[in-house]
Design a protein around this ligand. Structure first.
Ligand SMILES: C[S@@+](CC[C@H](N)C(=O)[O-])C[C@H]1O[C@@H](n2cnc3c(N)ncnc32)[C@H](O)[C@@H]1O
Length: 273
């Protein structure tokens, strides 16, 4: 693992590049492929579906591509969405503040150890609200993306996170302001309003099971057998309501609510040439 230095550096092939298209494992796989029996299915499903779409299309027509793209995954964690990039086309640099995620480079997103205009694409999922200085992180993203490069950032919406500064709770206008220095910025709310109560119910249930496990040890594992069918029932109900709302006569009202209190946001932005 490489330590961050004060000197801007160019990623060196073979040093901290890994092939894109590699399939995520463990927590990464769970986040990339949310299932109905996962407590956070309603939160992660739209995130994975939208990212699969925009990242799969990241290069346009692959036949037009002569050089591999260099992608930065900032706040990478287990890099769940790496496999969504077209295979063989991209090299991938993983950066995280926490060395436990085994990133290629340990660094703060607010101060990246790379030269300006290094990357062709930058992915930063669910990290912006954790940054001590979100505006500095966005400024660094803009500095290290090359002109013409594309940035994909996802951000928590209505989702509990302990220790997050209130001013880091972004809505659509806040994200538009943060990315104002980019060209062609789109902010997409994700996750239906009617699914939200069921997503929060699952989260509370999961926290309850964890608390019981801490208190009663292995005996509380039995609670998981009860919790999983509850997750499935809540996820199914939330998903059916989301779909009915998206298709039904309530759509004009509910699409407004979806925009006011989404579970996540997806920002796609380009740096002008
Ligand atoms: C919620 S996890 C998301 C991980 C992954 N991107 C995903 O979508 O599953 C947030 C990650 O961002 C990292 N992180 C938090 N603050 C950071 C910062 N200022 N700079 C770089 N990484 C940061 C954390 O260590 C953690 O791995």
């Amino acid at each position: 693992m490489k330590k961050a230095t004060d000197q801007p550096q160019q990623p060196a092939p073979g040093e901290f590049l890994v092939p894109s298209g590699a399939v995520a494992r463990g927590e990464g796989r769970r986040r990339a492929r949310p299932r109905l029996w996962h407590h956070d299915y309603l939160h992660l499903r739209p995130l994975a579906a939208d990212l699969r779409h925009v990242l799969g299309d990241a290069r346009g027509d692959p036949r037009d591509v002569a050089e591999p793209w260099l992608i930065l995954d900032l706040g990478c964690g287990a890099s769940p969405y790496r496999e969504f990039f077209p295979a063989v086309l991209d090299a991938y640099v993983r950066v995280d503040l926490d060395g436990g995620a085994s990133p290629g480079v340990v660094a703060r997103g607010e101060s990246l150890p790379f030269a300006a205009a290094t990357f062709d694409g930058i992915l930063a999922t669910q990290v912006l609200l954790l940054a001590e200085e979100p505006a500095a992180m966005v400024a660094e993203i803009r500095r290290v993306i090359r002109p013409g490069g594309r940035v994909w950032v996802t951000c928590h919406g209505a989702w509990p996170r302990s220790g997050v500064a209130p001013e880091n709770r972004f809505g659509e206008p806040d994200l538009e302001r943060l990315f104002a220095a980019f060209d062609r910025v789109s902010v997409t709310p994700e996750g239906g309003y009617l699914g939200l109560p069921f997503a929060l119910f699952n989260l509370a249930l999961r926290e309850g099971v964890r608390a019981a496990q801490r208190r009663f040890g292995r005996a509380a594992l039995l609670l998981r057998l009860v919790a999983v069918p509850c997750f499935v029932a809540a996820n199914l109900t939330g998903r059916v309501l989301e779909r009915l709302a998206a298709a039904g006569p309530m759509r004009p009202l509910l699409s407004h609510l979806d925009r006011s209190l989404p579970m996540n946001y997806l920002v796609v932005a380009e740096r002008g040439v």
